[in-house]
Design a protein around this ligand. Structure first.
Ligand code: PLP
Length: 393
């Protein structure tokens, strides 16, 4: 059998599997231990009433011959696309046309699939540490990858590549570092992309967490970005849609043939998000939906502040957790993140994600998320304050 030999170049998800195994084993040996999971990248609050009501209405429509809908447009219904344009772009002074938006069942699929419209001879640049999907999807395609270190020294902002690069993945607010790129950072990247004829793949799945009005919530706030950038946004962390599945990708016409290519790819390989889910997504932008969604995000951001400030007050260095739901905990010198995770589980019954799991530059860091509940955030901080960190071997 002739298989895609590039799959053998993928690293296994050993570390994440190992963490899961360790946690399960610890729970088995300590059945009464109240383990707090701050490693999860999934939301925990339920969907809001506006979203639920919209789905109920849509379900009823589907049960009546006069309002039943079968296959919809692959790119998404206009009612949702128009809401996206109004609330995500016009509100930021950005002009986006209907045919530039592609509704999908998640940004994970979109950021993984977008590389198909680029030649396999392209070089892709990804940050280190990184959301692993960008890396793995390019490895599967056999593309050359170069890493852009994001470290304490560069304040987790990647430097412009010194070697030739055709596509670059940027994620802001960032998973896992919690760093949000400024207007200046993005302007530098957009100018670089123009100069090098490169394309920026801008993952903005967490833009709803940006509270500082000075920080750009879309790359298209930067002049000229529409010619060199594709943007990905998701309802997952914005409105708790991780289980519903809805996102969208913007491929501007100004970026040349990419718009027509992505349209072709989308229509060939995807058959649209269900009508019910698109009505749910539309409801996120209603007046009530926006209020409710803001409250969801406020809740998680309050968790982030509790964790971030709590760790700081306990004398630790922490990054992120402002304008982002991820807290990037800088471990005291010499601690390796995998051993630390075991210690944290055994001593505090708190689970997080070792930074090394996101790339070698993640070593020495530990990711905590704000997606748990309030009581857990408070309790985790209080347990961590008791941790005798200097005694960790
Ligand atoms: N992009 C980043 C950076 C993420 O962290 C995630 C999910 O954790 C996604 C994309 C995937 O989002 P979705 O649920 O829309 O597939």
């Amino acid at each position: 059998m002739k298989i895609n030999e590039h799959y053998s170049e993928l690293g296994g998800n050993y570390l994440f599997a190992e963490m899961k195994r360790k946690t399960a084993e610890f729970q088995r040996l300590n059945p009464d231990a109240d383990i707090i999971k701050l490693g999860i990248g999934d939301v925990t609050l339920p969907l809001t009433p506006a979203v639920i009501e919209a789905m109920h209405r849509a379900v009823d429509e589907m049960g009546s011959a006069s309002s039943f809908r079968g296959y919809g447009p692959e790119q998404g219904y206009d009612f949702l696309i128009d809401s996206i344009i109004r609330h995500e772009y016009e509100s930021r002074g950005i002009k986006i046309k209907r045919n530039e938006i592609f509704v999908s069942d998640g940004s994970k699929c979109d950021v993984a699939n977008i590389q198909e419209i680029f030649s396999t001879s392209c070089t892709a640049a990804i940050c280190d540490p990184v959301y692993p999907v960008y890396r793995d999807s390019n490895i599967m395609a056999g593309r050359k990858i170069i890493l852009l270190p994001c470290t304490r020294e560069n304040d987790f902002v990647p430097e412009l590549p010194q070697k030739p690069v055709d596509i670059v993945y940027l994620c802001s607010p960032n998973n896992p570092t919690g760093k949000t790129l400024t207007r200046n950072d993005l302007t530098r990247w957009v100018n670089w992309a123009h100069e090098k004829h490169a394309i920026i793949l801008f993952d903005s799945a967490y833009s709803a967490y940006i509270r500082d009005p000075e920080l750009p919530g879309s790359i298209y706030e930067i002049p000229g970005a529409e010619e060199v950038a594709i943007e990905f946004k998701s309802f997952s962390k914005t409105a708790g849609f991780t289980g519903l599945r809805c996102a969208f990708t913007v491929v501007p016409e100004a970026a040349g043939t990419l718009n027509a290519m992505w349209n072709r790819r989308h229509c060939t390989k995807f058959n649209g998000v269900s009508y019910i889910i698109q009505r749910a997504a539309e409801a996120v932008y209603s007046d009530t939906g926006r209020r409710e969604t803001t409250a969801l995000i406020d809740y998680y951001m309050e968790n982030a502040a509790i964790i971030r400030n709590g760790l700081r007050n306990a004398g630790f260095k922490v990054h992120g957790g402002e304008n982002a739901p991820y807290i990037w905990w800088e471990l005291p010198e010499g601690l390796d993140s995998m051993n630390f995770s075991t210690k944290l589980l055994e001593s505090c019954r708190v689970v997080g994600t070792p930074g090394i799991g996101f790339g070698s530059c993640g070593e020495g860091f530990f990711r905590l998320t704000a997606f748990g509940n309030r009581a857990h955030a408070i309790e985790a901080v209080s347990r961590i304050r008791e941790l005798k960190i200097d005694r960790i071997p």
